[in-house]
Design a protein around this ligand. Structure first.
Ligand SMILES: [Zn+2]
Ligand SMILES: [Zn+2]
Length: 379
């Protein structure tokens, strides 16, 4: 038995009080074993883990000597409870840390904690993190979207449902370790434990292996999942979706899913963090004389922006509330850049052409490059 074993509540696992008689323990085990036996729960790893758990509990509690040892160890561990912050109840040391390596207190307390290190709980393995990518439209990136992702990875074999057993057969509880997956070995008085050779630590043995997965119960497969991409995601951003990666083994947690998001560019709007950007053409007279112009917004009606007289080309106007939704629900701004649109074919509009020629004459004395040239000479 290892320290970890003493942390498990075998009475709770069997649903009996600590004062239960041997007959009560046996009765409860039989009922639970029938309910969770792999024969009755083909392919359910949860039932498989539960079955091993109750079998392990029964193995200890049905043995008078082991039960006594277990009870003593459990009551001793009560003494390791330490008072902590006021009102916080108490904290329990991780006894696995104290005894697991067979040093310090573990040596003092002797070999009773040394046997069968590990057990089902320590074999629990977290699933791997999985990375994938998806491409969103410009609008979906701003609004958030639910996307369908196709993931390829190792999962339960579809032929045998993950049991590893040939169709029509089921795995049996390992006769050598009684489902614990661990075997004790005696080395010169030291009780060691190692994964059971018969079942390779699984606690179950397959007599007739599934031809598709050769009994491993695992296979490469692809699955599709729906994932929610939050509003306001930027091109190239990586989104973490907890517990949607590869499934865990032996009751371990699933890994995380990371989704690299690509955002398609928009024909009109750009993104600058939480703000949207747009370039708006204006005439020279609108900038010079002032004007009210219509500016398009993303997925909304155009808004009117007032251009003061004498506005330079390239000036940015900020339209609040028309940008990207932030995490707190508020909206960024639309940044509208005005850019002079120069008339291309004035020969078709002689009136405009002569008006511009009049403007040239009227402004002949003002050279817009005068200051630039002067500054350049000074530097
Ligand atoms: Zn299979
Ligand atoms: Zn075994």
């Amino acid at each position: 038995m290892s320290a970890k074993d003493y942390q498990k509540d075998y009475y709770k696992a069997l649903g009996v009080p600590k004062t239960a008689t041997a007959a009560e323990i046996k009765k409860s085990y039989r009922e639970l074993a029938r309910k969770y036996h792999p024969d009755a729960n083909k392919g359910s790893t949860d039932a498989e883990e539960r079955f091993k758990e109750i079998t392990e509990a029964y193995n200890v509690l049905s043995d008078e000597k082991q039960r006594k040892e277990y009870d003593e160890a459990r009551s001793m561990f009560g003494g390791f409870r330490t008072p902590s912050r006021p009102g916080a109840g108490g904290t329990t040391f991780d006894l696995g840390d104290l005894f697991g390596q067979g040093e310090g207190l573990g040596d003092v307390l002797g070999g009773i904690f040394r046997n069968r290190q590990g057990g089902a709980a320590s074999r629990a393995r977290r699933g791997a993190d999985v990375e994938t990518e998806t491409t969103l439209s410009f609008g979906d990136a701003i609004d958030g979207a639910t996307v369908t992702l196709r993931l390829t990875g190792e999962g339960p074999c579809p032929v045998c449902g993950g049991t590893g057993a040939k169709s029509g057969t089921v795995p049996k509880v390992c006769p050598d370790c009684h489902g614990t997956g661990q075997q004790a070995r005696n080395l010169g008085g030291f009780g060691l434990s190692e994964p059971c050779k018969t079942c390779r630590g699984r606690g179950l043995v397959v007599e007739d292996p599934c031809p598709s997965c050769s009994g491993s119960g695992r296979a490469m497969s692809s699955r599709t999942i729906q994932a929610r991409i939050p509003a306001g995601v930027a091109d190239g951003q990586r989104i973490r979706i907890p517990a949607r990666g590869a499934p865990g083994e032996h009751g371990g947690k699933a890994g995380d899913l990371y989704v690299r998001v690509h955002v398609k560019p928009h024909g009109v709007f750009g993104r600058s963090g939480e703000n949207l950007t747009v370039t708006v053409p204006v005439t020279i007279t609108e900038l010079a004389l002032g004007a009210e112009i219509k500016v398009p917004t993303h997925r909304g009606p155009a808004v009117t922006v007032r251009i003061p007289a004498g506005t330079p080309s390239g000036q940015v106007f900020r339209v609040p509330g028309r940008g990207v939704r932030r995490k707190d629900g508020t909206l960024g701004a639309l940044l509208a850049t005005v850019e002079v649109s120069v008339p291309q074919d004035l020969n078709k509009n002689s009136k405009a052409k002569s008006a511009l020629e009049d403007l040239r004459i009227a402004t002949a004395g003002a050279d817009p490059r005068e200051e630039l040239l002067r500054k350049a000479r000074q530097e």
